[in-house]
Design a protein around this ligand. Structure first.
Ligand code: AQP
Length: 326
C-alpha cells in the first residue's frame, strides 16, 4: 500500500486554510493509504516563539487534528521531536542539498523578509521537511500549494542521495504532492494566503459567533461598492470559501446572485456561515470531547512515536551504512 505522509506546524491554531488545503484530505486519504501525520514542532522553532506557548500549541494542534477526523485506529499521529531521527537525517541531507536551491525557496524569501534577524533554521527548513518525508520513504504528500516547491526540493534530495549513495538502487522514492481543489485559501483580507502567523484566518475550532464576527467584515469583490453593484464571483474570496464549504447548487446560486446583484455581500456571507457551521459543528463537538479526555491525545502520540521510531531508525541505519558512517 503506498504510504502518505504530511505534517503541520504548531505555530498557531489550526485554521480553515490548513484544513481545506491539507488536513481534510488527510482525513479522506487515511481510509485508503498507510498514513503518517505529525505535528512539526521542530519546524515551528524556525520563527520567533515563546516556549510556554509552544508547549501548549503542540498539544492543541494534536488535539485539533484528532477533532478534525484523524483516527489513530487508521493513521499514525506523532510529535516530530519525539523521533530524533528527523534531525539526524536532516544533518546527513545537508551534505547533499545545494545552497542555491534553499535560497531560491519562496517561503524562505517571504518569511525572512518579515524578520529582523534570520536564523539558519529558516533556510534549512525544507531539508528537515525532506528528512520528515524520506525517513518513512513516503510516496505521496498531501499538502497545500505553498508546499509544492519544498516538495520539489525533497525530490532533489532523494535523487541526489540515491545517485551518490544508493548503489544503483533508488532507495528513496521521489515523493509526489497531492493537492485538493482548495489548494490555496486566501486570508480574510483577500491579500495574502491564510496563515497562522498572520492575523487573517478563521480557526477551525472557533465558535459560530466568532466565525461570523470575522466573516462579516471580510474582503469581497472590491468592485461591489454598493449593494446594487454587480460582482465577479471568481475574484471574491467568499465565493472560493463557498466552493469549499457549500453544496454545488448553492455555489451556483451564489455566482448568479453575485453577478446580478441579487444578493448583497452580507446575504452571501450568511449563507456561507450556515454552510461552515454544518461542516464545523461536528468537529467542534469532537474537540470538546477530546478536551474532556486528554488521555486520548497522549495515547495517540505515544503510540505514534513508538511506531515511527522503529521505521525511522531502520532508515537512518541503512543511510549511515551506505555512507560509510557505520
Ligand atoms: N492558506 C492555505 N491554503 C491552503 N493550504 C494551506 N496550508 C497552509 N496554509 C494554507 C497547508 O496546511 C498545511 C500545514 O501548513 P504548515 O503548518 O506546515 O505551514 P504553513 O504552510 O506555513 O502554514 P501557515 O498556516 O501559513 O503557518 P505559518 O503562519 O506558521 O507559516 C500545509 O500542507 C500547507 O500547505
Amino acid at each position: 500500500m503506498p504510504r502518505i505522509l504530511s505534517g503541520i506546524q504548531p505555530s498557531g491554531e489550526l485554521h480553515i486554510g490548513n484544513y481545506l488545503g491539507a488536513v481534510k484530505n488527510w482525513v479522506e486519504l487515511q481510509e485508503r493509504y498507510e498514513s503518517i501525520f505529525f505535528v512539526a514542532d521542530y519546524h515551528s522553532i524556525t520563527q520567533p516563539f515563546e516556549p510556554q506557548l509552544l508547549r501548549r500549541r503542540r498539544r492543541e494542534m494534536a488535539a485539533s487534528l484528532l477533532a478534525a477526523g484523524i483516527d489513530p485506529a487508521k493513521a499514525t499521529l506523532f510529535m516530530q521531536s519525539d523521533v530524533p531521527e528527523h534531525t539526524e537525517l536532516t544533518w546527513i541531507f545537508n551534505s547533499v542539498t545545494p545552497l542555491g536551491e534553499l535560497e531560491r525557496q519562496t517561503q524562505f524569501k517571504d518569511k525572512s523578509q518579515r524578520q529582523e534577524s534570520v536564523m539558519v533554521g529558516l533556510l534549512t527548513y525544507p531539508v528537515l521537511q525532506a528528512a520528515d518525508i524520506l525517513l518513512y520513504r513516503g510516496d505521496l504528500v498531501p499538502v497545500g500549494e505553498d508546499q509544492v516547491q519544498h516538495l520539489e526540493l525533497s525530490r532533489v534530495v532523494a535523487r541526489r542521495w540515491n545517485a551518490q549513495f544508493g548503489g544503483g538502487e533508488d532507495y528513496f522514492p521521489e515523493p509526489q504532492p497531492v493537492l485538493t481543489p482548495a489548494r490555496r485559501i486566501m486570508g480574510l483580507d483577500g491579500q495574502a494566503k491564510m496563515s497562522k502567523s498572520l492575523n487573517n484566518y478563521i480557526g477551525l475550532l472557533e465558535t459560530s459567533e466568532q466565525i461570523w464576527a470575522k466573516l462579516r467584515p471580510a474582503a469581497t469583490d472590491p468592485a461591489r461598492q454598493r449593494r446594487t453593484d454587480p460582482g465577479t464571483p471568481e475574484v471574491c474570496n467568499i465565493y472560493h470559501l463557498h466552493k469549499a464549504f457549500s453544496p454545488p447548487e448553492t455555489v451556483e446560486m451564489v455566482a448568479v446572485n453575485c453577478r446580478t446583484a441579487g444578493w448583497g455581500c452580507i446575504d452571501c456571507k450568511k449563507v456561507l456561515h450556515e454552510s461552515m457551521d454544518r461542516e464545523l459543528t461536528p468537529i467542534r463537538r469532537r474537540a470538546a470531547e477530546i478536551a474532556e479526555r486528554p488521555a486520548i491525545v497522549d495515547e495517540a502520540l505515544a503510540a505514534g512515536a513508538a511506531k515511527c521510531r522503529v521505521i525511522a531508525r531502520e532508515t537512518v541505519d541503512h543511510v549511515k551504512e551506505r555512507m560509510g558512517l557505520a
